[in-house]
Design a protein around this ligand. Structure first.
Ligand code: NAG
Ligand code: NAG
Ligand code: NAG
Ligand code: NAG
Ligand code: NAG
Length: 198
């Protein structure tokens, strides 16, 4: 399985995620007028922090991936549990999710720059890309304009995200639910294990 093939599949996956976001009207440089420095702020932050902690790049990509698996890429993975709701964050597959404080720090910076403009979903999508590029991974275009979801349901996360203990039948079903086939499953698992989990 050649490297270009892996990268192609990886990019196809990200395109799929972009298309399956809650609001379909994504575009390049969505914030060019409303918050012109937004993407630069994310890039600078990722460059600075990933230089210090390169191992954070894979968890950020993973968080983006998990976010997109449940209700589209809407940052619902970032929502905290409340007294009467157990959020996605609190489900078993989250146990290896890292980087919440990375995204929270970035959100704080962007709120200072342009209050209430840049969505957490876009921050996560951009930060995952910039972090992966910074450690020498593939680059891909990230159209922006995602809206943050308000629903974060641990049951949905448990049902949608493939746990590491799944058998192949379950994995195929869960990937199939988001439009990915057996080849995607094999390539993505391989990419993740070999490229991002050294
Ligand atoms: C979730 O809780 C943490 C810790 O209390 C806090 O820092 C963070 O801002 C909260 N995130 C959201 C999206 O409310
Ligand atoms: C609990 O649910 C009610 C009704 O859905 C809501 O109004 C309330 O704010 C929730 N409480 C907390 C702590 O989130
Ligand atoms: C979470 O999702 C499950 C499965 O779809 C549903 O049965 C449950 O009512 C939802 N919980 C909340 C608090 O919305
Ligand atoms: C795979 O796992 C599912 C869910 O745990 C189970 O229902 C199914 O029987 C398993 N299939 C095989 C072939 O082991
Ligand atoms: C960061 C976070 O929310 N982690 C939670 C992951 O899920 C377990 C329970 O399955 C919680 O105890 C953690 O707090």
């Amino acid at each position: 399985m050649g490297r270009p093939r892996l990268i192609t599949t990886f990019l196809a996956l990200l395109a799929l995620f972009a298309a399956s976001s809650t609001q379909a009207q994504l575009q390049m440089n969505f914030y060019s007028k409303s918050c012109p420095k937004a993407e630069q702020i994310v890039l600078d932050y990722a460059t600075k922090h990933i230089s210090n902690a390169p191992s954070l790049a894979a968890p950020l990509l993973r968080m983006h991936f998990h976010d997109c698996f449940v209700r589209g890429c809407d940052a619902s993975v970032m929502i905290n549990s409340t007294a009467n709701n157990t959020a996605e964050k609190a489900t078993a597959p989250n146990l290896t999710l890292r980087g919440f404080s990375f995204i929270d720090g970035l959100k704080t910076l962007l709120e200072k720059e342009c209050p209430g403009v840049v969505s957490c979903a876009d921050i996560l999508a951009l930060a995952a890309r910039d972090s992966v590029v910074h450690i020498g991974g593939p680059n891909w275009q990230v159209p922006t304009g995602r809206r943050d979801g308000r629903i974060s349901n641990s049951t949905e996360a448990l049902n949608a995200i493939p746990p590491p203990t799944s058998n192949i039948t379950t994995l195929r079903t869960l990937f199939g639910n988001v439009g990915l086939d057996l080849k995607d499953l094999v390539l993505l698992s391989g990419t993740y294990v070999h490229k991002f989990n050294p």
